[in-house]
Design a protein around this ligand. Sequence first.
Ligand code: NAI
Length: 748
Amino acid sequence: MSVPLTFEGKVVLVTGAGGGLGREYALAFGARGASVVVNDLGGDIKGGGKSSAAADSVVEEIQALGGQAVANYDSVEDGEKLVQSALDAFGRIDIVVNNAGILRDRSFGRTSDLDWDLIHRVHLRGSFMVTRAAWNHMKNQKFGRIIMTSSAAGIYGNFGQANYSAAKLGLLGLANTLAIEGSKYNIHCNTIAPTAGSRLTETVMPPDLLASLKAEYVAPLVVWLCHDECQETGGLFEVGGGWMGKLRWERSQGRIVRQKNQSMSPEGVREQWDQICDFTDATKPANIQESLNTQVEVLSKLDSDEGVAPNPTSAPSLVQPNPTSASPSVSTGINPAEAVGQKMSETSFSFSQSQCILYALGVGMSTSDPDHLHFLYEGHQDFSCLPSFGVIPAQAAMMDGGLGSVPGLDFDFTRLLHGEQYLELFKPLPTSGTLTSQATIADVLDKGSGAVILLDVNTYSGGELVCFNQFSLFIVGAGGFGGKRASDKAKPTAAAPDRAPDAVMTDQTTRDQAALYRLSGDWNPLHIDPSFAAMGGFQTPILHGLCSFGFASRHVLKQYGNNDPARVKTIKVRFVKPVLPGQSLQTEMWKEGDRIHIQCKVEETGALVLTGAYVDLHPAPDTSADPPAQTGSLQSELVFAEIGRRIKAQGAELVKKVNAVFGWEITKDGQTTAQWTIDLRSGSGALHQGPYSGKTDVTFTVSDEDFMEVVQGKLNPQKAFFSGRLKMRGNIMLSQKLEVILKDYAKL
Ligand code: NAI
């Protein structure tokens, strides 16, 4: 049996709790340890009259069962008084269930002002007054649970209930916004549309149905939604008869009705009506952001040479907030003739090993994966900087180099979206030092309703080019200046092959992923400040697009690049959708020669976040040499020859057990006279003689004689290590796995 949901220490206010559904909620909360304020005006169903009897009798019921409750007889229109009752009796308010209600059904033509006003006053205004009175208490204590009671009549409409439907759906709108505003204070707000037999429904439902749709079948949903364990917010649920389900909006793919350089017409709407209303492949926007993204994307496609996109599906990634303010026609100061070729001021970027490590942590590396250690530990013999770190100095150059003051680029920065990123590495990045970067406006494109700036950044170390970045920046509303649409300077994306991915790697981001990543230099408050994110239409701060870029590229590095940063040549991605910290990033990979096509999804929602992406790798160093011919000059050669034979025979099994690369330097008279590498990480393993161009996990240096004593079991390797006869560099813990390789050599 699961742990029961209890409400010890919590204070619940249920409005209209003198009967029907409200009474069931009050009893359920009382039975589970909450202190309950039972509010009821005690009037008739049309809102007339007043009595304390209804609330009193429910209070008595709760108390008789051992619970705590007080009555309140005010109308919900006096919201402050209801909340004051909770504070007077119990000192706090945690949960508000807005349930009180009346009916004044009339066919629409006969609906009087009073019918309209009374319904709105009790349902919509009453819920507003009560909730507002509780809001600041909830905010201060960083906990609150609010229920709004809507109705199927509001969602779908119902004959004779125009006043009631309007108020009931108004409550959903109210709840949607409270869920957004409350999220950073742990205030959750959900809406239910119940069905239950009560005095409100006894005239509209047959008696046997009334009896079977018990109010007690609705209460469990309300209780769960109000528990601090429940993370649901902004949800709408239909519930009744023991069934419950969640509702969401669905939207057709729609149609672009406006044509390039033409005004819109109602005839154009008529012509496309069937498609506008066709729900095939409908989308389900979950928030205002997702709703508006489609329209922002349409604006970027419209008026372009691509013409009308029949099925707008994806949206540009937003690295800057405020796409909500996007509008198609802003006057723009974009002048490519002036801007293209402009160089921004050279910037310098000094960094230490700490920044490399901080960045690696920011893109999700963890000491829980031993392969990550050489990116996280400066003492590691192979300590390296992740290749994707190359975007960091370039981004600093973009921000500090004065993009805003480039002649011919006069635009509103709040309309800037990060569209694509390309990174090319010419040599592995250093792990500390000073890099200089020079940004150039490579091209400016006119996409109709938006402009694309291609910003090329070269980054140098000691005068030598280490990497090149191209940022594709989309400026919403800044197009239409008569510029060209495409550019041969643009680094193109590449579509993934049309088959199931060859490999998939998933990593869950942490709740603090964006908070950590921003320390690498992207200080946009969109990624940390909930109020700022809310202004951009996001429920929570979002992850940096370049953080997902870092996750995806290190997935490729692990899967196909043996975690060797020298293997990465280029990385290209298109940002499609934001990721929320805490979600899991899933990278799908397709190997086509040295090009690894990738696309990245949010595992929980299936939403694509990076598309058209790829990583180009340098070919792997050749480690597949045959076991060497024996020269007989060193005794250890016999052992290595045998190891080579065993790898040939059972390599795959050994790779599974060991998963590491061991280097050996065998000395004779103090000089290294032989080098061996046992690769038990890739394929079915390999033994390599001589200098090794790849990377080893651990390297041992030992004399030929001591090596033989160790393999024959005469010398304990640990003793040899502590006495200095055996030296180790790298991940010394891996020496424990040596046993698997050297086992039974004593019998040689
Ligand atoms: P009910 O009539 O049994 O309960 C409503 C309670 O609210 C009554 O006890 C009444 O005295 C109280 N009340 C009315 N005006 C008030 C005011 N100004 N201040 C304080 N209390 C007031 O009805 P029922 O069915 O339990 O309804 C509860 C809620 O569920 C209502 O909001 C109703 O619109 C909603 N609902 C119910 C459905 C059903 O199938 N029973 C269907 C859809 C919505």
